[in-house]
Design a protein around this ligand. Structure first.
Ligand code: C2O
Ligand code: CU
Length: 469
């Protein structure tokens, strides 16, 4: 394997994942060796000219977090059209099983590491104590296990889970390790939203397949740039729809790619929620730019399409068709107005902290050091956190341990968007932008992380430890 150039991701990193870097495949990781250089064959992922064969959208199995055993291991799975790929999977499923919990439920989860390197799982968006947060300090070796026990106690929302080991997160997520973690509550139940086959998780990401069709991780300092889109681990997916109302639970599960989501017929999405649950108001939006780790709760009605008519979910940035909605049972219907719950507003910050996302690997001029606490935050204090960058954006900024409320964006795009209202845990920082949020840690004292969720930036060190005291 060619050694990485100094400009490559991991040029100065020493951990096994990055020494191997350049290219890592799921097969290589499972074997703990170098990526195989199999003889060439037509690239399985290349879009063919003309008609694209589409495959049914995969829906991951749902599971409760009670007495859950979660195994991270290599698997060989059909990504569509019976073309099998080596991936890394939670419980043999890519994406991992959708964990569905109600507020108040106990989560008791035993994680086992069947990879050839260390790992740990973080519950992105779940507000839990440090021991259950799955940060890099808690990583377990190959063959190791970790027992999580926490109470699910937050608003209904779509969270997710993924590995978070030091310098290996990008690789493990990219090779397939991620899944939805859905929280339900009585406010949600009262709304009477679509459920069952009409509530559909959509984990959207990009991927690169090697010459034998296996997922392959090729990190770049500017962020992984995959060659094809996958939705729920399905290539070129379609979903057969009827005239009923649909609720889509959308996650950008990509390492680095921002999606500009829109529908091919110009129909708007009805936006009702994001990272931290429901928004206060329902808004029609025809384009949503969604950064890695951001989530959306969208309503859509396809009533009005005739049988076999299709609408495409597209990414306006890459020009990709992400998912085809194919009408099979037309009828009448529409999107009713829902009385969404109100949100307590954070106000009157007593302190402002500034975070400068510097280059591709530093926050406030510092590389991540697992053993350094970079700052302390008083428990229960409302603070203004100001995110800025001096270049190399986009940086999707993510905070563990609490959600925040976006106040303003100055410079760059100069505005905030409907999907940035309410409670967030990840916000997109583009070049020349300053984004102010209000945040208050009022659940747990302990150690948490702030980092760029472009996973290659995170792995290179754009991350800091802080302590809620
Ligand atoms: Cu989704 Cu610290 O991560
Ligand atoms: Cu970044």
């Amino acid at each position: 394997m060619t050694p990485p150039k100094s400009s490559d991701l991991g040029g100065r990193l020493t951990r096994s994942g990055f020494v191997r870097a350049g290219v890592v495949s799921a097969a290589a990781l499972s074997a703990g060796g170098a990526a195989s250089l199999a003889p060439s064959r037509a690239r399985a992922g290349a879009p063919s000219k003309g008609t694209v064969t589409r495959y049914p959208l995969h829906i991951p199995p749902a599971t409760s977090p009670a007495s859950l055993t979660l195994d991270e291991a290599p698997a060989r799975l059909d990504l569509g059209g019976e073309q099998y790929s080596n991936v890394l999977a939670y419980n043999g499923s890519f994406p991992g099983p959708s964990i569905v919990a109600s507020r108040g439920d106990a989560a008791t989860i035993k994680l086992t590491n069947h990879l050839a390197e260390e790992t740990i799982t973080h519950w992105h968006g779940m507000v839990v104590d440090t021991a259950n947060d799955g940060g890099p300090k808690l990583a377990i070796p190959p063959g190791g296990t970790y027992d999580y026990a926490f109470t699910v106690d937050q608003r209904a929302c779509l969270n997710w889970y993924h590995p978070h080991p030091h310098m290996l997160t990008g690789e493990q997520v990219n090779l397939g390790l991620a899944g939805a973690f859905i929280v339900r509550d009585v406010e949600e139940t009262a709304l009477g939203l679509p459920f069952g086959a009409h509530e559909v998780p959509l984990i959207i990401r990009d991927a690169t397949l090697d010459q034998t069709g296996n997922l392959q991780y090729k990190p770049r300092t500017g962020g992984f740039d995959g060659q094809i889109p996958l939705v729920n681990g399905t290539r070129s997916p379609y979903l057969a729809v009827d005239a009923g109302l649909y609720r889509f639970r959308v996650l950008n599960g990509a390492n680095a790619r921002i999606f500009g989501l829109a529908l091919s017929n110009g129909m708007p999405f009805t936006l009702i929620g994001n990272d931290g649950g429901f928004l206060e108001t329902q808004t029609a939006v025809s384009r949503i730019d969604l950064a890695p780790a951001e989530r959306l709760d969208l309503l859509l009605s396809f009533a009005g399409l005739s049988v076999n008519q299709s609408v495409m979910l597209r990414d306006l940035r890459s020009g990709w068709d992400l998912l085809e909605f194919k009408m099979i049972a037309p009828g009448t219907g529409g999107v009713p107005t829902f009385a969404l719950p109100s949100i307590d507003k954070l106000a009157n910050p007593v302190f402002t902290r500034t975070f400068s996302f510097d280059g591709m690997s530093k926050i406030n001029g510092k590389l991540y050091d697992m053993n350094r606490i970079d700052f302390q935050v008083p428990f229960g204090q409302t603070e203004r956190w100001r995110f800025m960058t001096n270049g190399n954006a986009p940086h999707p900024v993510h905070v563990h341990g609490a959600s925040f409320q976006v106040q303003s964006r100055t410079g760059g795009r100069g505005t905030t968007y409907p999907w940035e209202q309410g409670w967030k845990d990840t916000v997109l920082l583009e070049d020349n932008e300053t984004v102010d949020v209000l945040i208050r840690f009022d659940k747990f004292r302990g150690d948490y992380l702030i980092h760029c969720h472009k996973l290659e930036h995170e792995d290179m060190g754009m991350m800091a430890n802080f302590q809620v005291i």
